[in-house]
Design a protein. Sequence first.
Length: 333
Amino acid sequence: MKQRFVHFSKGVFSDLAVESTELLRAEAEREIPGVRVTEESKDGIHVTRVTVLTPEAERLMQKPAGNYITIEAPGLRKRNRDLQQQVGEVLASEVSALLRDQKFGFRFPESFLVVGLGNWRATADSLGPKVISRLLVTRHLKQYVPSELTNQLRSVSAIAPGVLGLTGIETGEIIRGIVEKTGPQAIVAIDSLSARSVDRIITTVQLADTGIHPGSGVGNKRVGLTFETLGVPVIAIGVPTVVHAVTIADNTLEAVAERLEMHKELREALEALQTEDRRHIIEEAVTERLGDLVVTPKEIDNYISDMAQLIAGALNVAFHPGIDTSEFTKYIE
């Protein structure tokens, strides 16, 4: 996989643990103490597992201790249905594995609350609510299911709580009240994320067993959905849908430098800025003119719809024993 040059900037955010890892490795030119990384690739799908193990690693990564799994498939932006099914099957498998780990006592939960975070009025932020609209919700049907099917379906409830600006209520407060009333054994939260690389927009899915902080990808500080705040283990699923304008400018300069073989002096000048200095200069110039601008592809409505179908299908397969991965195509329209 091509090496990406990414740089920390106090004013630019990324939700992806894999990008933090790439950055720190590039800066230190060595492995990161307290962080374990494994990678594997197959059939156009690249899976990176990052485990943050120590308090020092938490500080360096700016991520809570836990497991972060990144599934990358560049072909997703080409709307390849076969690849969507393959990624969905990988995602279902990874979700199932996380739900069986020690946080759940190595016992698969029997009841779930799925939270679709985001603003359904803003396309790039509507992934969570759109996943909810495609999910197989069963909590209200369990008492009516024939006895021979009882073991084929688990209890699943779902909510898209909106955002603070629409409801006037913190998302964490809404979810805490629902958890107290319904008592799910596990929570799965879906949200749109921010990335540092344009290559990862809609091509990447991150899973984390550390919960989620709504709005963190664009710099908003909100009450987190975590085991500490809710008393229930939380798995987060996120997809990058936006990048900051600073990132696009930085990526563009890098691409230009790679293509300036005939202009040695200019290429060398640009390559000399492949440091935090370059990012700082770009950030100052872009922010002065455009403010804290975030950007999304013009085809984002189609991409969001495809990704919502993929994630909902993967969760349906992961949650319910009666749904086999061979039936995944039913959930990809």
